[in-house]
Design a protein around this ligand. Structure first.
Ligand code: FAD
Ligand code: UQ1
Length: 411
């Protein structure tokens, strides 16, 4: 049995940021971070690795180097939660007792829910996925090896993190095919389970122009259900009619179905009926347990799951957890801020930024337009903002700059 003032479960983007915000204030040995992985990946860069613009090693850093000195790193997985008695039990059987708990466990990849997908990822060099560091290097290899035929990019039938990533890699593939003189040999298909290309109309309208200009075919409500890599075939289900269609592929970039981690889902008092950690979307406080907060991909907040969202959430969680520790109430501060830098080619980016109610753009320009400056912001500036700002607990999102650029007017 170990006693802590604050236990943080998950030491990825959100958990590391919160650990750094509280370790000094609460003192040595008062904060524990439960995180099994020795390597922390800057996942937003996976798109650029798949697109041959950055390397996998540039995305990785030892978890240890990011955690605060005064906190205890419990290198293990949380296995069970007893929220009534304030205990987290790890797989090794450690019982961590807490006064306050922060859940930041991210989103679970369910590759095995698509028949034949793991097998294809392990054995077919032309089937790839930017959603796992073990497969991300396959993406650029497949783009390079591509000769002719269908290049298929999929979007699963579930919420996912970074909803733009399944199409960003398609635009980078289109760029490389053109550069290598084989674009006319490629039939690029975007097969998405969604009924739209993007959830926010302003950016969806812009992206529909992008796919039209590039000659890409979009198939909506079209869900990958099986890969038969021996015959280079993929099976897609039309989610409206239920009809199945088998399509030949030359290369296929797959995005797995995702869910809240199973360990959380088995606790009905922690998750809502849709299976995500049940927090107040404006305060980040748990709906049932006032000493529990959550942030990031594992939560039920109705906004797009991104590191950019975690940045805004981390500042609000800090304020509200501090208030609750001081015996005060949490304040509704979160507007759903999230951002998705939609790379539309090498050197071009649509910087989507929005909240619960629509666009929340930082810069005083129309961000639905493709921009070279935004591309460099994403490629060259965001990594430093992530490593030195966000995970170290110093970056709470661009809201102050948005206010400044808009001179106090607007949202
Ligand atoms: P994570 O950072 O994933 O951390 C969750 C942690 O919990 C992990 O370290 C995991 O090991 C740990 N964990 C899981 N289970 C347990 C357990 N049982 N016990 C203890 N620990 C556990 N975001 C952007 O803002 N911009 C982008 O352009 C962008 N592009 C992306 C492209 C790709 C291909 C991917 C994969 C992601 C992208 N993202 C992007 C999304 C972004 O990386 C995530 O939204 C963000 O990292 C979420 O932070 P988190 O703390 O919720 O989860
Ligand atoms: C952001 O804050 C962030 O976290 C560091 C990202 O993660 C990689 C982002 O991609 C973006 C776009 C933001 C938002 C920040 C600005 C300056 C628009």
């Amino acid at each position: 049995r170990r006693d802590y003032k604050l236990v943080i479960v998950g030491g990825g983007t959100g958990g590391t940021a919160i650990a750094n915000k509280f370790a000094k204030k609460l003192g040595k040995g008062k904060v524990a971070v439960v995180e099994p992985s020795e390597t922390h990946y800057y996942q937003p860069m996976f798109t650029l690795v798949g697109g041959g613009i950055k390397t996998l090693s540039q995305t990785a850093s030892p978890s240890d180097s990011l955690f605060p000195k005064g906190a205890d790193w419990i290198k293990d997985r949380a296995a069970a939660f007893d929220a009534t008695n304030n205990v987290v039990t790890t797989e090794n059987g450690d019982e961590l007792h807490y006064d306050y708990l922060v859940i930041a466990m991210g989103i679970q990849m369910n590759f095995d829910q698509i028949k034949g997908l793991t097998d294809a990822l392990d054995h077919d060099p032309m089937v790839c996925s930017n959603y796992n560091p073990a497969y991300v290097n396959k993406t650029f290899n497949a783009i390079n090896k591509f000769k002719e035929g269908n290049a298929i990019f999929t979007f699963p039938n579930s919420p996912i993190k970074c909803a733009g990533a399944p199409q960003k890699i398609m635009y980078l593939a289109d760029y490389h095919f053109r550069k290598m003189g084989k674009r006319d040999k490629a039939n690029i298909l975007y097969n998405t389970s969604l009924p739209v290309i993007f959830g926010v109309k302003k950016y969806a309208d812009a992206l529909l122009e992008v796919v039209k200009d590039k000659g890409i075919t979009t198939n909506f409500r079209t869900c990958l259900t099986e890969i038969k890599h021996d015959s280079k075939e993929a099976v897609f289900q039309n989610l409206d009619t239920g009809d199945n269609q088998t399509v030949k592929y030359e290369m296929l970039h797959a995005v797995p179905p995702m869910s809240c981690p199973d360990v959380l889902k088995k606790h009905p008092d922690l998750v809502d009926e849709t299976g995500w950690v049940n927090v107040n979307k404006n305060t980040l406080q748990h709906q049932t347990y006032s000493n529990i907060f959550a942030l990031g991909d594992c939560t039920n907040m109705p906004t797009s799951k991104t590191a950019a969202a975690v940045s805004a959430q981390s500042g609000i969680l800090q304020k509200n957890l501090n208030a609750v520790m001081d015996g005060k109430a949490a304040t509704p501060l979160y507007d759903g801020y999230t951002s998705c830098p939609l790379i539309t080619s090498k050197g071009k980016c649509i910087m989507a930024e929005f909240g619960f109610d629509g666009p929340l753009e930082t810069f005083p320009i129309n961000q639905a337009r493709e921009s070279r400056l935004m591309y460099h912001l994403k490629k060259d500036f965001m990594p430093a903002l992530y490593w030195m700002g966000l995970v170290k607990g110093h970056w709470n999102g661009p809201k102050v700059y948005r206010k400044l650029f808009h001179l106090g007017m607007g949202k």
